[in-house]
Design a protein around this ligand. Structure first.
Ligand code: HPA
Length: 277
């Protein structure tokens, strides 16, 4: 079913009662990455279950909290845990929070995720700045009648991930001496992980990393006219010639170990987003 704009406005209106300064920044965290910001001053926190019309995250490794707060004086909305297609949510449900952010005035969207490395030059624990994506889900959140108040019918996808945002992230990584990779993220439905043959296919079509999130939200963000920064934490390497088993536990363990540099990077990126953005 298509998301009804009225539902989104109702959720946004509920949140507006708690918002003192319009947030320009929205941040969605991925598996094991809920606590990715240092020095966030929390003004209000909501369980998804307490937000009108909001889907509820079913994955334990995702916290299921929406936080309104400030970082370096900048108001922002932080979603600790997102919704995935593999949970059975529709593309519209997965992207409902992005529409709420749009109605609240968010212009800069940061999407983080845990991902498997396809590029064999990567290592587990690497941070990858997403430069482009391949939507392999067979789904699209914009299918159906276009909501003109939200965006145009045929959004251009030549620069999903904003080049200035990527430059800023790279500059800050350099300043903090945090090594970063750049690459293409392939978005699948999941939840089953990739077979070695699928990994070979992903590599052949130009993927550097693979995961089960981000592409629906990025497409919606583009439609909404947002500037997007995508960051993957590479939690495992998928080598089809030497396949190794991946478990949620191993993904979470690597994410935890690599969290320090990612926190420093994202905290400073947000502090340096220009106010007029
Ligand atoms: N595949 C898909 N999603 C993932 C992986 C993976 O190997 N690692 C972390 N998230």
């Amino acid at each position: 079913m298509k998301t009804n704009r009225k539902q989104v406005i109702d959720t946004a209106d509920f949140l507006k009662q708690h918002i003192t300064k319009q947030p320009r920044i929205g941040f969605l965290t991925g598996t094991g990455l809920s606590d990715t910001l240092n020095d966030l001053e929390v003004i209000a926190a909501f369980d998804y279950a307490d937000l009108p019309n909001f889907p509820v995250s079913t994955v334990e490794s995702h916290k299921g909290k929406l936080i309104y707060g400030t970082l370096s004086g900048k108001p922002l909305l932080l979603m600790q845990g997102r919704f995935h297609l593999y949970e059975g949510y529709s593309p519209e449900e997965v992207t409902f929070p992005i529409r709420v952010m749009q109605e609240l005035g968010v212009k800069n969207l940061i999407l983080s995720n845990a991902a498997g490395g396809i590029n064999l030059n990567f290592s587990a624990g690497d941070i990858m700045i997403i430069k482009d994506h391949i939507n392999l889900t067979g789904k699209n959140p914009l299918i159906g009648p276009n909501e003109d108040a939200w965006g145009i019918r045929f959004p251009d996808m030549t620069e999903v991930y904003d080049l200035a945002f990527i430059d800023l992230a790279k500059k800050i990584a350099l300043r903090h001496k945090i090594p970063v990779q750049t690459g293409v993220y392939a978005g699948l439905n999941g939840p089953s992980l990739e077979t070695p043959a699928e990994t070979r296919h992903l590599k052949a079509i130009g993927s550097d990393a693979v995961g089960f999130s981000t592409v629906m939200e990025a497409i919606t963000g583009v439609h909404a006219g947002m500037k997007i920064l995508g960051i993957s934490l590479i939690t495992n390497i998928n080598d089809p010639d030497a396949p190794q088993k991946t478990t949620l536990e191993s993904v979470l363990k690597t994410a935890e170990k690599a969290l320090g540099p990612l926190k420093r990077l994202l905290t400073d990126v947000i502090a340096n987003i220009r106010d007029e953005c």
